[in-house]
Write a protein of this length. Structure first.
Length: 380
C-alpha cells in the first residue's frame, strides 16, 4: 500500500465511511484507517437499525440536515441497488407536557412537516400492538422510519472501494503528528503522510485529540430484541416508536424479518473507557428489566423471551450537539465527534459536509451550532 495520500480518514465507522465514499467519488486519493473491521460491534454503529426522524426534538437546526440525509439515503439505495431504509413511519408518544414532544412539535411547525396528531384511543385502534393510557398523546410522522445501519455502512464501504478509496482495517492509529502543512499518521505497521486528515474516531476521539481536552464523554448503552410473533408487531403493521415518559425515554423498532421487537432506553447510561468496552448485556439487572418493564406497559404482546441483547457506546458533548469543525490551530485537520446518541441518521449528509470542508474549506450547510469553540465546550 502506498504511503502518501491527499486525505486520511481516521475512524471508518458511520461518519468516517461516508466521508471516505464522498471523497473517493470526487476522485480524491483517500485512505481510511480503522482499529476494527467495519461494520463491527465494538463502537457505536451496530445493532441492525437506527431511527431517522425529521421533526427533531434536539433542535430545529437539525431538521434541514435530517431532510437532506433522507434524500441522500434514498440516493445511496439506488446506487447500491439495495434496501437501506424501511418507511415504517415513527410514532412519538408522551404526556401532553412532555418537553420532547413540545420540541418535536416546534420543529414540525417551523418546517411545515407532516405530523399527525393522535389521541390514545386512535393509537390503540390503528396499531393494536400498543397499549397507551388515555392521558397520553401521539404524533405520527409518516415519512420517517428505520435505517438498516450496518447495511448502510457496508454500502458506503463497497462504493468507496469501487471509487478507489483505500481501507486499512484492524489497524490502530498510534499517533498523528500535525504539521504546518500536512499530517503524519503512524500505525504499528506503517507511517502514512497526507495533506489533510479527518478525525472521526467515535468514542476514541477524545484520546486521539487529547491535547484539545475536549469534553467528550463515552457512555455505555444497551438495547434488546424480544420475541413478538404476533403479526401485529411486524414492520409492515407497526411503526417505529419513541416514548417520552415522565423521567424516562424509550425508542424501538417493529419485528423486522423475525428479529423480534427491538427496544432501547435512551436516558440510561454508564460512563465507560472505550478501550475496556465489552459485549456485556445483562451485566446489570436493569439492562433487561428496564426494557421488559417498558414493553409490559406499552407493547405487552412484545414482552416475550429476550432473543438477544447488546451493548454499545455513544459519545456525548455537554450540550448534546455535534462537533463538526476544523482544528483550532491546524485548518487541514477536520474533526467530527460527539454525536450524543442521535447522529447516525445524519451520517449521509455529514459525510458530504466533511468532504466539502476538505475540498473547499467551507460547506453549504449551516454547521455553526457544531463549532469546536462554542461556549458549551470550553472548560472553565
Amino acid at each position: 500500500m502506498k504511503k502518501q495520500y491527499s486525505v486520511i480518514v481516521v475512524g471508518a465507522g458511520s461518519v468516517g465511511m461516508a466521508t471516505g465514499y464522498y471523497l473517493a467519488k470526487k476522485g480524491i486519493e483517500t485512505l481510511l484507517i480503522d482499529t476494527f473491521d467495519p461494520p463491527h460491534g465494538r463502537g457505536s454503529h451496530h445493532g441492525e437499525t437506527r431511527l431517522i426522524r425529521h421533526a427533531t426534538a434536539e433542535g430545529s437546526h437539525y431538521v434541514e440536515l435530517a431532510l437532506k440525509s433522507q434524500e441522500l439515503w434514498h440516493q445511496l439505495e439506488k446506487e447500491i441497488d439495495k434496501r437501506l431504509f424501511l418507511p415504517t413511519g415513527t410514532l412519538m408518544v408522551g404526556e401532553c407536557d412532555s418537553t420532547f414532544i413540545d420540541e418535536t412539535l416546534k420543529s414540525a411547525m417551523e418546517y411545515s412537516l407532516p405530523l399527525e396528531t393522535l389521541h390514545a384511543a386512535e393509537i390503540r385502534k390503528r396499531w393494536p400492538g400498543f397499549s397507551v393510557p388515555d392521558h397520553y398523546i401521539g404524533y405520527f410522522e409518516p415519512g420517517s422510519g428505520a435505517l438498516l445501519n450496518e447495511e448502510c455502512i457496508m454500502a458506503y464501504r463497497t462504493l468507496g472501494l469501487h471509487y478507489k478509496a483505500h481501507l486499512q482495517t484492524n489497524t490502530r492509529v498510534d499517533s498523528i503528528d500535525f504539521l504546518s502543512s500536512g499530517v503524519i499518521v503512524k500505525t504499528a505497521q506503517n507511517t502514512y503522510y497526507a495533506d489533510q486528515v479527518v478525525i472521526c474516531g467515535g468514542a476514541w476521539t477524545g484520546k486521539i485529540l487529547s491535547s484539545l481536552n475536549l469534553p467528550l464523554e463515552p457512555v455505555r448503552k444497551t438495547f434488546g430484541w424480544f420475541e413478538a410473533d404476533d403479526p401485529t408487531y411486524y414492520y409492515t403493521s407497526l411503526p417505529c416508536f419513541y416514548f417520552s415518559l415522565n423521567n424516562e425515554r424509550y425508542y424501538g423498532f417493529p419485528n423486522i424479518n423475525g428479529s423480534g421487537v427491538k427496544v432501547g432506553r435512551n436516558d440510561s447510561e454508564r460512563s465507560i473507557d472505550p478501550d475496556f468496552m465489552k459485549q456485556d448485556f445483562n451485566q446489570y439487572p436493569s439492562d433487561e428489566s428496564d426494557l421488559r418493564s417498558f414493553l409490559e406497559r406499552f407493547l405487552p404482546g412484545a414482552a416475550g423471551k429476550l432473543k438477544q441483547g447488546k451493548s454499545c457506546m455513544i459519545t456525548k458533548t455537554p450540550d448534546m450537539n455535534f462537533i463538526i469543525d476544523q482544528h483550532p490551530e491546524y485548518p487541514h485537520v477536520k474533526i467530527a465527534a460527539g454525536f450524543s446518541g442521535h447522529g447516525f441518521k445524519y451520517c449521509s449528509v455529514l459525510g458530504e459536509i466533511l468532504s466539502q470542508l476538505v475540498l473547499d474549506g467551507r460547506t453549504e450547510y449551516d454547521i455553526s451550532k457544531f463549532s469546536i469553540t462554542r461556549g458549551a465546550l470550553v472548560k472553565n
